[in-house]
Design a protein around this ligand. Structure first.
Ligand code: FES
Length: 89
């Protein structure tokens, strides 16, 4: 299901960003673009983060990335724009 229509990001992509260590909506936005435009999807992104934290006992409050990703990536939104997104160190 699409969570972020501005960037064409699905709930699966948001969940992957959370699994890779994002624990705030800003971090999810930095990793996959969801929530970085109009912000209408941020509540859904926050719900996905909360659900992941409720079901994953291995996560810590310090938000340690489980699988560090490269510092930049290219997201390809539905509108055909390609946006390079810097990731937190
Ligand atoms: S719907 Fe996600 S930023 Fe607009």
């Amino acid at each position: 299901m699409y969570v972020c229509l501005c960037h064409g990001v699905t709930s699966r992509e948001v969940a992957e960003a959370v699994a890779d260590g994002a624990c705030t909506s800003n971090q999810v936005a930095a990793m996959c673009g969801a929530g970085s435009d109009c912000g209408r999807c941020r509540r859904t992104v926050q719900s996905i983060i909360a659900a992941a934290n409720d079901t994953n006992d291995s996560r810590t409050a310090e938000c340690t990335p489980l699988h560090p990703r490269p510092t930049t990536s290219a997201c390809t939104p539905l509108h055909g724009r390609t946006v390079a997104i810097a990731r937190p160190a």
